[in-house]
Ligand binder design. Structure first.
Ligand code: 6MZ
Length: 363
């Protein structure tokens, strides 16, 4: 069962408590990257039982429980390790449940969870993977005060052929008897140092044609300049993940700023992730204030709350503290995130009203 933080009088709240009480919307959360230490320990124990040995996995414990800085490449090695612990449908069901409960306990009212469907010989097909995630989502929505939707992820590290197969699977859920309406879009993610995003443009065009909304990791690292330009020029992106090097002001960017502003393409802001992976040198040097000053739609997000030892409340706290945000600014951020969801307008209206009601109780 999930608990909900009881509202306490505002004057008695410190900033972090205040952020915990905000009705939050999480739009950039990778399932496997969101595993808490508790969940990882449960998975390790299950794996050790399965393998009948403790020795092979004790180093994994050390690696995962550290909350320090890691390069992006090191993070991707952690994901591989986590994937080796989540290679059964039982594990996928468990991690989906735990991650949803943890977001709900952190005061997240709407979660757009993203994950890469995996095909593991003899263990699961991509379809079984997605069905399991969706079933767990439906179950958790019955008991937790949270609305959850899914984005299926295309991992650029797995190649174009894998991406086409993920898209053709996603199409099966557009008009599904049981799961209709739960899969609301496609995410493109994966190691930005691998492959070329421009190779995925035909897939993104087809996905758009089918009616999927697209959230694309763009310009997460400096070397992504040309591919970012190509994807943006094709008008394919509904939401930008990271966007660290979109701006020209650091001498690396491509300055698509005008186009992004003109089309109001929301940017998912992942402060801890960007600083901990060393793509941004400090919170103060983050690109958030540049876009915020322009009143551009932004969605504060966790990216991988487990790997980066954070929560969405903590990300709001870091943002508010670093950039000296007012209460009005913070409330606007919550509401901007509602507008940036991939929900159809009727569901968005319901969510907006819920968020407004909860915000008014905080004033
Ligand atoms: C790009 C990332 C990411 O899909 O197994 N992922 N892709 N940049 C990041 N910044 C740190 N963090 C996570 O969740 C793990 C997968 O999400 C993507 C990677 O493809 C990673 O393997 P799932 O649930």
């Amino acid at each position: 069962m999930c608990t909900w933080h009881r509202l306490i009088p505002k004057e008695q709240m410190d900033l972090l408590t205040y952020c915990r009480n905000l009705p939050k919307v999480e739009l950039h959360a990778h399932l496997t990257g969101s595993l808490s230490d508790d969940t990882v320990l449960q998975l390790l124990e299950a794996k050790e039982k399965e393998l009948g040995s403790k020795n092979s996995l004790c180093s994994a414990k050390i690696t995962i429980s550290k909350g320090h800085q890691r390069s992006l490449d090191e993070c991707f090695r952690v994901f591989e390790l986590l994937h080796s612990l989540t290679d059964s449908l039982e594990a996928i069901r468990k991690i989906t449940q735990n991650v949803i409960q943890e977001f709900a306990e952190d005061g997240v009212r709407y979660l757009e969870l993203r994950t890469t469907p995996k095909n593991i010989l003899g263990k699961m097909t991509k379809k079984e993977y997605v069905d399991t995630v969706l079933e767990a989502m439906i179950n958790e929505m019955k008991t937790c005060r949270i609305m959850v939707r899914l984005l299926v992820s295309v991992d650029r590290g797995r190649g174009v052929e894998d991406a086409w197969s993920t898209l053709s699977l996603a199409k099966q859920y557009l008009d599904h008897d049981v799961f209709k309406g739960l899969l609301v879009g496609i995410d493109v993610s994966g190691n930005p140092n691998k492959g070329n995003l421009a190779d995925y443009i035909p897939i993104l065009k087809e996905a758009k044609k089918c009616g999927f909304k697209l959230a694309v990791h763009l310009a997460e690292v400096k070397s992504c300049v040309e591919e970012t330009d190509a994807v943006l020029q094709n008008g394919l992106v509904d939401r930008i993940g990271h966007g660290t090097y979109l701006l020209d002001n650091n001498g690396y960017g491509i300055n698509n700023q005008d186009m992004i502003l003109k089309h109001h393409i929301p940017i998912e802001i992942c402060l801890s992730s960007n600083v901990k992976t060393e793509s941004v040198s400090s919170f103060e040097d983050h690109h958030f204030p540049v876009w915020h000053a322009l009143k551009h739609p932004l969605a504060v997000s966790t990216d991988d709350k487990g790997v980066f030892s954070t929560t969405l409340s903590n990300e709001y706290y870091i943002c508010a503290k670093t950039f000296n945000l007012s209460e009005k600014d913070i409330h606007e951020l919550c509401l901007h995130a509602v507008e940036a969801t991939f929900l159809p307008s009727s569901d968005k209206d319901i969510l907006r009203q819920m968020v407004k009601d909860d915000l008014s109780k905080l004033m």
